[in-house]
Design a protein around this ligand. Structure first.
Ligand code: SF4
Ligand code: SF4
Length: 417
């Protein structure tokens, strides 16, 4: 019997749909010929004409259409799915049953999944592993629309997916070291990343063998005291670091919807100037974010204490991306692996900073898990989509900000662990 290909997901990530309907108007829903035929055979009451319900997408694959007001064709006036209400869960297209999962199939046969934090049910319910069968079915479907995913190590080092997985495994192990503070684990990740980015380490990565992750962990264990010292003695943030981080991290919060209006662009330039100089507010970057004026990321009035559950939320977010390798490749803006890890390190810092600013403004004594989840919803939505992250300016900035001594300055500003 043929062995099943690996299914990669974070064992801590959970989800069970609460049927809030939030995703239905934003999701592009693909349906197969069999699903389309099953819907055609079903008798909706009152009757539903399906002539305009499907748009061809690829061979043997269709997309559900939206109504003029942007709702899914099958959503009723009460915001409920007619397929689910009348035909039950099993009649729903697989894509709907799988949301909020992001599924990828890789060119070494792996299938991976993580959750979109846009869904309010992420973090509750069943572990993602329970969705393995559905994810495998989705990966089969995806073969109709996209080539299997691949990724190289870095721009300078073209080591392929096999080596990338071995290096990635080392970072997965570092992030599970629960006996260390999360901020120290993040610093260690930045430190190992910088170590491997050195030109004379290219061949070590290109020739990474099966023992790579265990060796990296052994190195961390031996060097733990030194790394802790390095972290504690790293310089605090200076003006230059603050400006660069505010600019880079704005991408995780700002609304980058295309807007052709010149006045809007002038206003946006003014907003960005205020933001990078520490006088802006998250609400100015994105109307759906709360007002944080006077509570800049680096303000002494922002809150840098986190509940244990809030730190766990952030840790699971980071681990989910690493476990599924959704911080790089087609799952995240086609970043090479190294750029993807930097992106993830900055996302973690931006989430901590944003949660701290909101907690300060709202008069909370510490950041709780519900607030962390709210913030991860903003950060995760932009994480794999924002065009800002494709810019050369962001990439160069990420390299500088993730230099270990600079990154330590950021972590020390946002985490009071
Ligand atoms: S998948 Fe999430 S967003 Fe969509 S209906 Fe279920 S709970 Fe709501
Ligand atoms: S078919 Fe139902 S579950 Fe799927 S997007 Fe439409 S309304 Fe939502």
């Amino acid at each position: 019997m043929e062995a099943e290909t690996p299914f990669d997901c974070c064992p801590e990530q959970r989800f069970t749909c609460s049927r809030c309907g939030r995703c239905c108007n934003t999701l592009e829903v693909m349906v197969t010929a069999a699903e389309k035929a099953a819907l055609g055979r079903f008798h909706f009451k009152p009757a539903l004409t399906l002539d305009n319900a499907f748009r061809p997408r690829a061979k043997q694959l269709w997309e559900l259409t939206k109504t003029a007001d942007g709702r899914c064709f099958f959503m009723n006036d009460q915001g409920l799915c007619r397929i689910h209400s009348e035909g039950g869960e099993k009649l729903k297209p697989l894509a709907c049953r799988l949301y909020p999962l992001v599924v990828h199939h890789w060119n070494d046969g792996h299938i991976s999944a993580d959750c979109r934090y846009y869904c309010p049910a992420v973090g509750q319910g069943e572990p993602l592993e329970k969705q393995e069968k559905n994810c495998r079915a989705m990966a089969e479907l995806l073969k109709y629309t996209a080539a299997p995913a691949g990724v190289t190590y870095s721009r300078e080092n073209p080591a392929g997916l096999e080596q990338v997985r071995r290096v990635n495994a080392a970072f997965q192990l570092i992030m599970t070291k629960a006996e260390l503070p999360l901020s120290l684990r993040l610093y260690m990740a930045a430190r190992i990343l910088a170590f491997h980015a050195q030109r004379d380490m290219h061949s070590a990565v290109a020739e990474a063998g099966p023992e790579f992750a265990a060796d990296a962990l052994e190195f961390i264990a031996k060097a733990e005291d030194n790394l802790r010292e390095e972290y504690n003695h790293a310089p605090h943030h200076d003006l230059n670091l603050r400006v660069k981080f505010r600019l880079a991290s704005s991408g995780f919060y700002r609304d980058d919807a295309p807007h052709p209006n010149l006045m809007y662009r002038i206003k946006r330039a003014r907003t960005m100037y205020r933001w990078t100089t520490g006088r802006g507010s998250l609400h100015e970057l994105n109307a759906s974010c709360p007002d944080t004026s006077n509570f800049d990321f680096f303000s002494t009035r922002a809150v840098h204490r986190f509940s244990e559950e809030a730190l766990q939320e952030l840790e699971i977010f980071i681990r989910a991306k690493l476990d599924a390798m959704h911080h790089c490749g087609p799952a995240a803006l086609n970043f090479c692996w190294e750029d993807g890890v930097r992106h993830l390190l900055l996302a973690a810092a931006a989430a901590a900073a944003g949660a701290g600013s909101i907690a300060g403004k709202e008069g909370r004594p510490h950041v709780e898990s519900t607030l962390m989840r709210r913030v991860l919803c903003y950060v995760d939505t932009t994480f794999r989509l924002s065009p800002f992250f494709r810019t050369r300016q962001y990439r160069i900035s990420a390299v500088g900000l993730c230099r270990p001594e600079r990154y330590a300055g950021l972590l020390k500003a946002f985490f009071n662990e």
